[in-house]
Design a protein around this ligand. Structure first.
Ligand SMILES: [Zn+2]
Length: 431
């Protein structure tokens, strides 16, 4: 007996521990069971038919009277198939289509165009209002005249604001890539390249660590989304520590051009590179012909670019040839003035309306890159002819277009100072 008592005393701590564990487990079990009961009770309430009815009534009262639908036009969409997807009566659909038919400006649906429908659920789901975007900045609002099948329409300018944007960067990879990283929209990048295209060969003249600054306009809607881009107001491309600045200026009523700081138009008579995003693959001079295999004078400059890349007229002029021309495949020849002509060869196809006798503007698309004729891959063969002699387009010195003088120059200086002030204001805000 004593022995047992002694043993018990020895084990007492252990026994207490076991008891404690048992109590905890028991409590846990009851707690869980309680929760389960609560859950089943709750489920019972939810399944209760009367409760369900009340819930339905509450939520239906919470449902808004109007159903609002935003629709974005997909390729191949017609007004017929769009309205079919909207839950309204057939008669309502007919009224909608008849209303659209009467409005000539709405004939063509464009992919990405936005439509808006407002349906009154209290009034037998009638289409009380709809809006159709005509372009990025305008839309037509149709409102149903009460108790009729007629809509009155109103053109409304979307609520957007013009914002002046300033960006600058050091070019690390390509100009396009650097601009894209900054969030500059493709439209602006292309315009920038086009403006500098008269004086800069992007493939050869732009080096790593060159830089650029740009001021341009953006249109922002109420939600802060960029709807569209506007004009480039100022740009500076710094190439190997040389500034190439351009200022937008209206030199005559509705006549706008870009000028350098001394009032010379940056638009030259001809462009050095009549194509964007191309790589200069073969320059002017003697070379072994890639197909013929013997040494031959290369009388033009080759720009490698994917098939279908647009080719621009490098200056204003008249098309003197747009046809098959043997080794050159499909080619276009333009006469710019008494001195200069340009040739574009190996095209996959001609630009819209480009034929002999067509008058073209500088920058207008005259054809697309291909590999027709004697060619090993898609590229543009570009030739410049001066006084009947083929010259190196990459080395030519070209006279500029307009040069502002006298009173005109004075007005330009004022406009230029305004832009410079704007620029320093934006930059000081950034810092
Ligand atoms: Zn060539």
């Amino acid at each position: 007996m004593r022995k047992l008592k002694k043993k018990l005393r020895e084990y007492s701590l252990f026994i207490w521990l076991i008891l404690l564990v048992l109590i905890t487990l028991l409590c846990q079990h009851y707690y869980n069971k309680n929760i389960q009961n609560q859950a089943t009770n709750f489920k019972k309430i939810l399944n209760n038919i009367y409760f369900n009815k009340t819930l339905k009534e509450i939520t239906s009262n919470l449902n808004p009277r109007y159903k609002l639908i935003n629709y974005i036009v997909k390729s191949g969409d017609t007004y017929e198939n769009i309205i079919k997807q909207i839950e309204i009566k057939n008669n309502e659909r007919k009224i909608f289509l008849n209303t659209i038919k009467k409005n000539k400006s709405l004939k063509i649906l464009k992919t990405g165009q936005k439509l808006f429908f407002k349906i009154d659920k209290l009034q037998d789901s009638i289409l009380v209002e709809f809006k159709i975007e005509t372009d990025k900045k305008n839309e037509i609002l149709f409102s149903r005249i009460v108790d009729t099948n007629i809509y009155k329409s109103k053109l409304i300018e979307k609520n957007f604001t013009k914002k002046i944007v300033y960006k600058e960067t050091i070019i690390k990879n390509s100009l396009y890539n650097s601009a894209e990283i900054l969030g500059i929209k493709p439209n602006i990048i292309l315009e920038f390249a086009r403006l500098y295209g008269f004086q800069v060969d992007f493939q050869r003249d732009v080096w790593k660590n060159d830089s650029f600054q740009i001021i341009y306009e953006e249109y922002i809607d109420a939600s802060g989304k960029i709807i569209d881009t506007g004009n480039i107001i100022f740009a500076n491309l710094n190439l190997q520590n040389n500034d190439l600045q351009l200022y937008r200026y209206e030199y005559k009523k509705n006549k706008i051009d870009y000028f350098d700081e001394s009032g010379k138009s940056v638009r030259k008579t001809l462009m050095k590179t009549p194509i964007n995003g191309a790589r200069l693959s073969s320059s002017f001079g003697k070379r072994k012909h890639p197909i013929l295999g013997y040494n031959k004078m290369h009388t033009g400059t080759d720009f490698a670019a994917p098939k279908g890349t647009p080719i621009m007229a490098s200056g204003d002029g008249i098309v003197t040839r747009a046809q098959w021309c043997g080794g050159g495949g499909n080619c276009v020849k333009i006469k710019h003035n008494s001195m200069y002509q340009t040739v574009y060869a190996h095209l996959s196809k001609f630009g819209n309306g480009i034929k002999k006798g067509t008058r073209v503007k500088q920058g207008q698309i005259i054809g697309y890159v291909g590999s027709t004729g004697l060619s090993t891959g898609p590229h543009l063969h570009y030739e410049v002819i001066r006084n009947g002699k083929k010259i190196n387009s990459q080395k030519m010195k070209l006279p500029s277009g307009i040069i502002l003088k006298g009173q005109e120059r004075k007005k330009f200086e004022i406009s230029k100072i305004k832009i410079d002030v704007l620029k320093s204001e934006i930059i000081s805000k950034l810092n």
